[in-house]
Design a protein around this ligand. Structure first.
Ligand code: SF4
Length: 238
């Protein structure tokens, strides 16, 4: 069985051992996904948006912020700034106040204005639909790019790795990496490409509801019997 490690942050990290073959891991992962799909049959992003550009802005705003908080801000924001050009030409001080409640508002304002400007200058104001073009935009990393590609375009170019996917992938022993890009590589090798969009969304939902950062609810978890970390959390929280 894999061995359990508890990191300084209190997150359980399960170290893979040589006892699980890649084939077994893939089949265990498929079983986990099947069970979680029953819990989350419609795992679309909760971020409100009407087009790929609005999802891009909402995803930038969602960094270090809840979707609920972002969704309180974006309807008014998208009415006030209805186009890419409107965001590109926004008054920075005013935009900062408009998005202040989402946190890190100065950095997000810079990203939104720079990203919108780059979209106008390099892509005719249209959000590109390739990972290569998206990650070139200011403020857009692989996580944001994968959210936009998967949720707005239906393109499975990669797996979204946010803090929940990071934590759950380690607990479920899908990876022993800490770097999000390496975690994404491991997930891409475990799950078939047709599932890449759902894997990210479903792990995020499961991480919010059940496999929370502190004291995960293993006793009520649908995949408890397939998760090598369950034992250590159940021992700690009988
Ligand atoms: S059993 Fe479920 S809740 Fe517990 S660590 Fe594993 S995935 Fe998370």
């Amino acid at each position: 069985m894999p061995t359990d490690l508890v990191t300084k942050s209190g997150h359980n990290k399960t170290k893979r051992t040589r006892t699980e073959t890649p084939e077994h891991r893939r089949s265990r992962a498929a079983a986990i996904l099947r069970l979680l799909k029953k819990e989350f049959p419609h795992p679309a992003t909760a971020l409100l948006h009407g087009n790929p550009f609005q999802l891009l802005i909402a995803t930038i705003l969602s960094a270090q912020c809840t979707d609920e908080r972002v969704n309180k801000v974006t309807p008014g924001l998208f009415r006030k700034y209805p186009t890419v050009r409107a965001f590109a030409e926004a008054n920075p001080a005013e935009l900062e106040q408009d998005i202040r409640s989402t946190g890190f508002f100065r950095m997000k304002t810079k990203s939104i204005i720079a990203c919108s400007t780059a979209l106008l200058e390099k892509h005719g104001g249209v959000v590109p639909n390739t990972i290569e073009d998206l990650v070139q935009l200011p403020g857009v990393g692989r996580k944001t790019a994968n959210v936009v590609l998967g949720q707005a375009f239906g393109i499975a170019s990669g797996v979204v790795v946010d803090t929940h996917v990071h934590r759950l992938s380690q607990r479920m022993a899908f990876t022993d990496a800490d770097d999000p890009e390496r975690i994404e590589q491991d997930l891409r090798s475990i799950f078939p490409q047709k599932d890449w969009i759902d894997v990210g969304s479903i792990l995020i939902f499961h991480g919010r509801r059940t496999c929370v950062a502190r004291n995960p609810r293993c006793a009520e978890c649908a995949v408890c019997e397939l998760c090598p970390s369950a034992g250590s959390f159940l021992r700690n929280n009988p």
